[in-house]
Structures are given as C-alpha cells and as structure tokens.
Ligand binder design. Structure first.
Ligand SMILES: N[C@@H](CCC(=O)N[C@@H](CSCO)C(=O)NCC(=O)O)C(=O)O
Ligand SMILES: [Zn+2]
Ligand SMILES: [Zn+2]
Length: 190
C-alpha cells in the first residue's frame, strides 16, 4: 500500500490562488485556540521530512512554508504559546495544550532571517500556495522509517509532482551557500 505522506498531498495538490491575500491559522484546541493572522500568501511551501517540523497525526511529512515576520500577528490566546527549542535555528512557537506549531521565526544571523515558518493547513482559508518540492526526505530514516521503503516514498512524491530532495531545494541551498560565502568573504577571491 502507498505510504501516507500528508493528508493535503496524498490525493494530489490543490493549486494556490496567486491573488490570495492571507488568512488565519488556528491551533487544534477545542476551546480557546491560539490564532495567528497571516497578512499575505506564503512562499516556498514544501513537504518536509525532518524531525523538527510539526506533522499532523499519521503523516510522514510536514507541510511548511515561510512568510515575512511583519506579516505574522498572534491575534488570540498568545499566552498559550511557548518556544519548542530555544537553541534551534527556527524558534518554533507551539501551543502548550495541543502541541501544534503556530509560527517559527529565525532571529539569528541566517540567510532566512526575517522569515517565519508556518503551517497553512491550520487555516480554513483557501488559496495558500501549493507545495513546490519535498525537503529532507532521507531524514525519515533517522526517525525510524525503513530505508527499503524510501523508493516508494520518493515515487509517491514524484507522482504528485513533488521533486524529492534530501536537503532543501537547489535554489534555497544556493541561497544558504551564497550567504555563507559572503559572510566568510569568499566572494572577494573570485
Ligand atoms: N536530519 C535533520 C534535519 C533537520 C533540518 O535541518 N531541518 C531544516 C528544515 S526545516 C523546514 O524546511 C532546518 O532548517 N532546520 C532548522 C531548525 O529546525 O531549526 C532532522 O531530521 O532533524
Ligand atoms: Zn492548542
Ligand atoms: Zn523541517
């Protein structure tokens, strides 16, 4: 049987709306849910197989994207939020009651500083950018997934139009590498 990647990609992707202007994320709490308003559409939406991104129950992958920090506003029950790991690059703010990650800014010196990681499946609004690729696919194995089933996972990702990578996509990896080269002064030698 084909593996369950994520409910929003298992049966094919839903195209986003290029004119979409944002919406509200809600955590899974039945009462007093945390709400986060996103004042625009997201960028670089992707499936992520890493161990740190929040995944819904039963899913192998997270679906995660970024949005500029100034387009993120906690609008309800922000007192329920706490940072999952203060030492991580992405400071993931999760609901202390249901565990859902609501937003994750990067505050340290980094190529993606100024962007927050978010999960648009927490919103009922329609039009969010569709996933563009699959990242950190081999990381599934680190979490106990059988290596011999990885061909099946990669085939299923490809069948829905998601190119599998074992890190981020090449343009994003190039952006990270460019940042590193600039920081270390390597560009001055070229
Ligand atoms: N094998 C590790 C990889 C974790 C990892 O590097 N994750 C990336 C992508 S998260 C969204 O795309 C990352 O940038 N992490 C920084 C952070 O999480 O703070 C694993 O599976 O844990
Ligand atoms: Zn909650
Ligand atoms: Zn991740």
């Amino acid at each position: 049987m084909a593996p369950t990647l994520h409910p929003s990609i298992d049966n094919g992707l839903t195209k986003g709306d290029p004119n979409f202007s944002g919406g509200t994320l809600k955590c899974h709490c039945k009462s007093n849910p945390v709400e986060v308003k996103l004042k625009g559409n997201v960028l670089h939406q992707h499936a992520c197989g890493c161990s740190q991104c929040w995944k819904p129950a039963g899913a192998l992958f997270s679906v995660v994207s970024v949005i500029p920090d100034d387009q993120v506003e906690v609008t309800k029950n922000g007192n329920k939020l706490a940072i999952v790991d203060e030492n991580a690059t992405i400071l993931r703010y999760a609901c202390k009651d249901c565990g859902v990650h609501m937003y994750g800014p990067i505050k340290k010196d980094h190529a993606f500083k100024g962007l927050s990681f978010v999960h648009t499946e927490l919103s009922d609004d329609k039009g969010w950018q569709e996933p563009q690729f699959a990242a950190f696919v081999s990381s599934l194995i680190e979490q106990g997934y059988p290596p011999e089933k990885m061909d099946e996972v990669r085939s299923k990702l490809k069948s829905v139009g998601l190119e599998p990578y074992d890190a981020l996509s090449p343009p994003l990896m190039d952006a990270l590498a460019t940042f590193t080269a600039k920081k270390s002064g390597k560009f001055s030698r070229l």
